[in-house]
Write a protein that binds this ligand. Structure first.
Ligand code: BGC
Length: 361
């Protein structure tokens, strides 16, 4: 049902809002459609999730390039993939769910082997956000109470999605009333060939990073910033994702493929290129820029065919890839990593853009 519609001037994106079902406790979920030249993105209030992104291929044929479900139920039932979601308070892992701030130890939920993943059992991906339309997009707001999932401080989070000529931009801003840790990201899975169209192993990836953060068997960074030089983690020059994924590398074996944080060149806080993906079949190119210091490239290793998505096919291993712009995993326990501490009176801003273009044959 179409509830309201605002169509701005020609140069701007059109933003429409519709109902997208209700959660088991009766909370209404809305979905916003943002449309402008070269892109249509749908974002819903459950988990502030990207539900679809439609872009043309090199011949102008439009396809949905993100994984997910056609209805809310699929998202409500799926507790493990984080399809399209904003994850928080802490995207990625915190070792044993433990960290200290000013001598006080905090324990957050253990939900991934011995560790805490993506903010705990009921992270931001599983909450209904408040939303209102803005120029070219939608702003989502969430207030997470002091003690939510064991984290200190009342956190006020604004995530603004806007579209601009083939691009989806995400602006985050977050503040607290008590010193806390925060690491927000978006967890969309992309397949530039189109949702449900095989694996991403034939797509070509560039990551402008000289180092990455190797992990232990629980996917927690060891603390070392290791050079990518001479390893299957070197994507400084574009490389086919599947070309080295089965190499005899301890790091690839631990994660069942790529599931690591790359240390981006340039300064934290400055918008810089984080990744580029090219699909030779369709000609689609995705360029990611971010103000964050790192990017988690996850090659969809844990997808196992048991989640039936929009295309009604089970999403198998490597059916999509994530490029999660972020601070490094487990930063609260690694003082040498860029800090994820947020203090009262500060507002942390962060921006990530996903731009879709095409490349001729
Ligand atoms: C993590 C993976 C995890 C996935 C959950 C990614 O951000 O790095 O290890 O399995 O999220 O869907």
């Amino acid at each position: 049902m179409l509830l309201s519609m605002t169509t701005a001037m020609a140069a701007h994106g059109a933003v429409t809002k519709a109902a997208f079902g209700t959660t088991p406790d009766g909370t209404a979920v809305d979905i916003y459609t943002l449309k402008t030249e070269g892109i249509e993105a749908r974002i819903m209030t459950y988990g502030a999730r990207v539900v679809s992104i439609k872009t043309p291929d090199r011949d102008g044929k439009v396809a949905d390039v993100v994984l997910g479900y056609s209805a809310l139920d699929g998202y409500l039932e799926d507790k493990t993939t984080y399809f399209g979601a904003i994850v928080g308070r802490y995207g990625n892992r915190i070792a044993f769910g433990k960290f200290s701030i000013d001598g006080h130890q905090y324990q957050v939920p253990i939900n991934n082997n011995a560790n805490s993943l993506h903010g705990g059992t009921v992270g931001f991906d599983k909450l209904v956000w408040q939303a209102h339309a803005v120029a070219d997009g939608v702003e989502m707001t969430l207030v997470s109470k002091d003690g939510d999932q064991g984290y200190p401080g009342t956190l006020t989070v604004h995530v603004r999605y806007t579209i601009h000529h083939g691009a989806l931009r995400i602006d985050y801003s977050v503040s607290t009333d008590k010193t806390t840790v925060v690491n927000l990201t978006n967890h969309a899975y992309f397949n530039l060939a189109g949702d449900g169209k095989g694996t991403i192993l034939g797509e070509e990836l560039t990551l402008p990073a000289d180092q990455y953060t190797p992990v232990d068997s629980g996917l927690i960074p060891t603390g070392v910033l290791a050079p990518v030089e001479g390893t299957p983690f070197d994507f400084r020059k574009s490389a086919v994702i599947g070309a080295r994924i089965h190499d005899n590398s301890e790091q690839l074996k631990i994660a069942g493929g790529y599931d690591h944080n790359w240390v981006l060149r340039g300064k934290s806080g400055e918008l810089k290129t984080a990744a580029r993906v090219y699909d030779p079949g369709s000609g689609r190119v995705l360029t990611v820029t971010t103000t964050e210091p790192g990017v988690q490239f996850y090659s969809g290793n844990f997808l196992d065919g048991t989640k039936f998505g929009k295309a009604q096919e089970g999403y198998g291993k490597n059916a999509g890839l994530c490029l999660e712009t972020q601070h490094y995993p487990d930063s609260p326990n690694h003082p040498a990593f860029p800090t994820t501490l947020l203090k009262p009176g500060e507002v942390k801003h962060s921006t990530t853009t996903f731009t879709f273009t095409t490349h001729a044959k």
